[in-house]
Design a protein around this ligand. Sequence first.
Ligand code: OGA
Ligand code: MN
Length: 315
Amino acid sequence: MATQDPQAAQPFTINPLTEALGAEIIGLDLTQPLSDATFTALERAFHQYHVICFRDQVLDEEAHLAFTRHWGELEIFPEEDKTKSAKTFYNVANTSVEGEHLPEDDPKVLFQKVNARWHTDSSYRYIPSFASLMYSTEVLPDEAKGGETEFSNMLAAYDALSDADKRRFEPLHMVHHYEFGRRLFPALPPITAFERNAVPPVSHPLVRVHPDRDYRRSLFFTVNAGNEVSGMALEEGQALLKWLDEYASRPEFTYSHRWRENDLVMWDNRVLLHRATRYDMARYRRAFRRTTVAGSGPALGPFSLAVRDALANDQ
Ligand code: OGA
Ligand code: MN
């Protein structure tokens, strides 16, 4: 049911999409200036729904960047020149910037297959990203199968764990490495020295705490850049990751976005995973461009709570 709160200076309607997450925002033209009150209302909606979708937006690169900048600093992509037209845009497409439909074995297209595994953008950075904003310029026709982007709510997924699993996961860290995604598809070019230096392997807590949510917890892992769990034998960590991969796919945690042309979809990389759904890449064209808002600090684990409490007790 659509909701509108007249008290909240909210000049748009919110149309929730699933129980787990997601809402359409109706009644805003993102090329127009946003008042502080409107932006605050958008922040509130984003905090609550984790994915917000604006339909029928006509956004050139400049307008896309301008809206992105409302949310914070932009991330620059680590690749030297792989899929983007500018360093702040990632062309998530099986077409070239010039508009030609690329063959399935083109590295730009293979990159999309890495996106078909559950992940969160930039988990391979020491400071993972805050949010991504993706705009559709070419989408699959209605009758075509696949091509959706699926999202999974890691706050809900953490809450639904058994107490024993919560305890077991509490101290764990996962190693995230940008290069790992490349190794999954041997046809992709090896990473360059530039990329290796820009994004060396990092580790993040498997259970992430969120200071802006009263230190609520979520699961934090990926199966495109994560492969190893610190403190476990490689195979044991991989078995855990396989379990997490299937667990994240449970329908009660997810929303699957069927794209329409001129959608702008913004998602919270801190509390969600996402993945592309496969489609016939040789037959259909699919083109998006994405910006990314940088995170404000490293992922915090439950141990940081213990430190906070210890410091509070010392005073
Ligand atoms: C991305 C991504 C998913 C998709 O661009 O980060 O994961 O459906 N895309 O293309
Ligand atoms: Mn992604």
